[in-house]
Design a protein. Structure first.
Length: 237
């Protein structure tokens, strides 16, 4: 049967991007979602990594894996486009909300006689819920800026200057994410003074940006591999 012109236009790949119906896209979205949930759980603990003079180096437990979400976000935006990256963001936080609801239901389930950690469990769930709200606001702002920046720079540079897209999107996206996230999350991890908040915010932004810049060689290779092996990817020329 011959496809109609309308069907052909619908099925045709968008120049510069791949279609999402491949084996790679679901893998990236799954890892992305897992990292978001792991990060929010780890972020319930404030961490001091030492001091610079009289200033404590304050972060949270999410610093271990959270920057990787932006690496994956860059891959999704560069290879699949803004809408595909947006789907991953929405799915990631939908699963976070499901996790929070599950934990809240668990709080009110009758505790076994031998279970002695009810108070600690409640404290973690309360902090996790606040961090989900912080993460939802910050991540939507940051990842949206990140994905939009990648796509807009790509429209101008085509397939050239990938480093400009990755660094530019990281700089802008992480700034928006960190400002919004830290403003809401600071209270959840026990930050009370403006000095500690400023240090927490500034270090978070610098750290996440530096990690992504360091990860550029890996991100380059992953993007190049996916572009070569995605049958629907067409270069933007």
């Amino acid at each position: 049967m011959t496809s109609s012109p309308a069907t052909a236009r619908t099925d045709a790949p968008t120049p510069g991007f791949a279609q999402v119906g491949s084996r790679y896209y679901p893998v990236f979205v799954s890892v992305f979602t897992a990292l978001v949930i792991i990060s929010n759980l780890a972020a319930t603990k404030g961490v001091t990594l030492g001091h610079i003079g009289n200033f404590p180096i304050i972060v949270d437990g999410a610093f271990i894996v959270f920057p990787l979400t932006y690496v994956i976000g860059d891959v999704l935006s560069e290879v699949y486009g803004f809408k595909a990256a947006g789907r991953a963001i929405i799915l990631g936080f939908a699963m976070n909300i499901l996790a929070a609801l599950t934990l809240w239901v668990t709080i009110y389930l009758p505790a076994a006689d031998f279970y002695t950690n009810q108070e600690h469990f409640e404290n973690i769930v309360h902090a996790y819920t606040q961090l989900i709200l912080a993460g939802l606001a910050g991540f939507i702002v940051g990842q949206t800026i990140n994905a939009w920046t990648v796509v807009k720079i790509k429209e101008r540079t085509k397939e050239k200057h990938l480093w400009a897209r990755l660094v530019g999107s990281t700089f802008a996206g992480q700034l928006g994410d960190t400002l919004v996230f830290c403003s809401i999350a600071a209270g959840a991890i026990g930050i009370k003074t403006f000095g500690d908040f400023a240090t927490y915010t500034a270090l978070g932004w610098v750290y996440k940006t530096v990690v992504e810049v360091i990860m550029l060689p890996v991100t380059y290779r992953v993007i190049a591999y996916i572009k070569r092996h995605e049958p629907t990817y067409t270069q933007l020329v």
